[in-house]
Write a protein that binds this ligand. Structure first.
Ligand code: ZN
Length: 282
């Protein structure tokens, strides 16, 4: 299993069977805080038990980074905790709950290596909401959760200046292409979020997917997005047709690894970024 202590007070769970999605725990002086919950109910429960045993402390708070199922399906394992999120996140979670019919659950299970991982899934909603940002303090250690948007409108980062750690959620993908295909993704906001990450005193940056990174990776991602934006704008200014721009940006920035691979995530990302940057979509 992908459980590990990455540094003092920080524990991570990585699901290697689902795009290396990450969930993690911060150990505070008197309690534990969870960030995201993955989509494997069996493993996230084991992770919780392992961290509580290792630290001798209990989880009391869960902060979600955004509503996507690979980050929130495990919430029910933390239903005894305060689940604190931006107000907009609650709205999206309510939609997720409404959409989770038995047929849709089956579809979700079919995406997994082990469908039992989602057996008995119940969408578990936040218990408290805030707007903008929210802070907790415990024995002089501070944790901030800030709703920034970017990847999705409800995306937030979680930052602990004392431990110099940042949980970026899906505003950071390490070693895989960023996914920006949701109808509320805003790549311009996403770039601002990256720049904000650079201003934080964070040495350990934990992405939504992939291994732990540092600020040099953020700089690389800024160049990647800026370069996409410039390329699309230049082609558009020459009067190149939308379809051709989409294909060209897809080939340049999200090159397919093999022809068998499902590339809808990449193509949807290209389309959404094009819509926002070129067509001015909101
Ligand atoms: Zn994700």
């Amino acid at each position: 299993m992908g459980y590990k202590k990455v540094k003092e007070n920080i524990y991570l769970y990585t699901d290697e069977t689902f795009h290396d999605v990450v969930a993690g725990a911060i150990e505070l002086p008197t309690k534990l805080v969870m960030i995201d919950t993955g989509l494997n109910l069996i493993e996230i429960k084991e992770f919780r038990e392992w961290v509580e045993k290792t630290t001798g402390k209990k989880f009391e708070i869960l902060f979600p980074t955004h509503f996507h199922g690979d980050h929130t399906y495990g919430n029910q394992v933390f239903s005894d905790c305060r689940i604190i999120s931006p107000k907009i996140h609650l709205e999206y979670m309510k939609m997720v709950k409404e959409l989770l019919t038995p047929e849709n659950l089956e579809k979700e299970q079919s995406r997994l290596k082990d469908p039992r991982a989602l057996e008995g899934l119940e969408i578990t909603l936040p218990t408290e909401t805030f707007e903008g940002q929210f802070e907790i303090q415990d024995g002089g250690v501070k944790i901030v959760i800030k709703n920034t948007g970017g990847h999705t409108i409800d995306s937030s980062y979680i930052y602990c200046p004392n431990y110099k750690v940042l949980f970026a959620g899906d505003n950071l993908f390490v070693n895989s292409s960023p996914y920006g295909g949701h109808s509320t993704c805003n790549p311009e906001t996403w770039l601002e979020v990256y720049r904000e990450f650079l201003t934080l005193d964070a040495e350990t940056i934990i992405p939504g997917h992939g291994p732990v990174a540092d600020k040099s990776y953020i700089e690389k991602e800024i160049s990647f997005m800026e370069s996409f934006k410039e390329t699309a704008k230049e082609l558009a200014s020459k009067g190149v047709a939308e379809e051709e721009i989409l294909e060209s940006c897809y080939q340049t920035f999200f090159p397919p690894k093999d022809s068998e691979e499902d590339d809808s995530f990449q193509r949807n990302t290209v389309k959404r970024w094009y819509d926002v940057w070129i067509k001015g979509a909101e």
